[in-house]
Design a binder for this molecule. Structure first.
Ligand code: FES
Length: 107
């Protein structure tokens, strides 16, 4: 069952920024602010082991720092070689000045 988990304050991530988020019981999460709308995906590239928040974020695309593959931050779908497997995505909820994601958290 999905649990709502607080990840940061609204003011912690400006438009056009991405941010790594660590939540107990979850793999690393990447949080994105795309023109005021927030998206969350796994932060680990599905091609190999690289943190996407060490890469580049432009428009709706995050580019991996290691081999330059890229993903759509809204859907997690791979957009360019060598990435072929989609990233996991998480629903994001903004309530007041807090940002939450919904995820299946391991106890
Ligand atoms: S590890 Fe991300 S593209 Fe290779």
């Amino acid at each position: 069952m999905n649990t709502r988990v607080k990840v940061c304050k609204l003011g912690d991530i400006a438009p056009g920024e991405m941010k790594p988020v660590d939540v107990a019981g979850l793999k690393p999460i990447a949080l994105f602010n795309l023109d005021g709308t927030h998206y969350a995906t796994s932060n680990i590239c599905t091609h190999n082991i690289a943190m996407l928040t060490d890469g580049y974020f432009e428009g709706e695309v995050v580019e991996c720092p290691l081999h330059g593959g890229s993903f759509d931050i809204k859907t997690g779908e791979p957009l360019s070689f060598p990435c072929e497997i989609a990233l996991q995505t998480y629903p994001v909820i903004v309530e007041g000045d807090e940002i939450y994601i919904e995820a299946e958290v391991e106890a």
